[in-house]
Design a binder for this molecule. Sequence first.
Ligand code: IPM
Ligand code: MG
Length: 355
Amino acid sequence: MKYNLAVIEGDGIGPEIVRSAIRVLEQVAPGKFNYQPVIAGGRSIDLHGVPLTDEALATCKNSDSVLLGAVGGPKWDTLPGHLRPERALLGIRKELGLFANIRPARLYPVLKDACPLRRETAEKGFDMVIVRELTGGIYYGERGRKQDSEGNTIAFDTETYNQTEIDRIAKVAFELAGKRRKKVCSVDKANVLESSRLWRERVHAVAKDYPDIQLSDMLVDNAAMQLVKNPAQFDVIVTANMFGDILSDEASQLTGSIGLLPSASLSSGRCGMYEPIHGSAPDIAGKGIANPIATIVSVAMMLRYAFAMEAEAARIEQAIDKTLQRGCRTVDILDNDTQPLGTIAITDAIIAALA
Ligand code: IPM
Ligand code: MG
């Protein structure tokens, strides 16, 4: 049986890194996938006038999983909000019900020198997963503009969460922690926001079903600080959409480069979306120097979560470890005096390490 994979190469470095990831996928699971190209984001705006067509969305919905590179770029930055490339991403997340965004951030021991933290902090290493709520909160709340009586322009975005949305993401975090070090840190801003107070209440209510998990709460400003002070304290972090967006970029840089971190966006059903957490990096697009590792590890996550192909997923991860241990580096993680490898060359090295 073959699985159907919807493939959105996207914009900027998207096509380069997705092609690398598919080469690796074909090595570990040859002939197991049908690839269905989907045009979305900036390319879709250029071709169809909208970031996501109904047809593109339907292909994603009818697939077994979606693999995405990245969307966006300066060319489309001046378009109104509903026509920006990012809308494609937000639309797919919502329409596919991908409410749980899993963003692991671990420090590869061999890349300790690329970690920007103090040496003694980097030496301790870290291995955390940020579980980000992905289809609610301020990203999807009511927004708009109006004028007050004096003609002063007002813009607003609304952070809204209901109990069901919080409960289901909390469950994902507790389940995941059960397979790891059994610690969940719930991050909110409950000293100010009502939506955060409900968040905290519900996370504690759900926690009652998981007596073996140790739950703590942390305010988001403190969490931003603790991440750079002592990242080793975190196992699973669960948080709202925008806090998770911000904290996951911060966590990624602690690993040395945002070019290393994968993500999985999961629904309660079968189909998920797998993508690197970084953007389309228009400044280096087409130069052949982008780091494909985040996308390749995203493929490993897909094999593990969507298709229960644990052995193949582990093979990819081990090949990446091996490649880094051999000293192969792309330019974003260059910490030795070797020549940096380009996208294709590091992919070749990873494929060689699979053997
Ligand atoms: C991410 C990105 C997106 C987000 C953008 C591109 C809309 O930053 O996946 O983290 O904010 O969710
Ligand atoms: Mg982000």
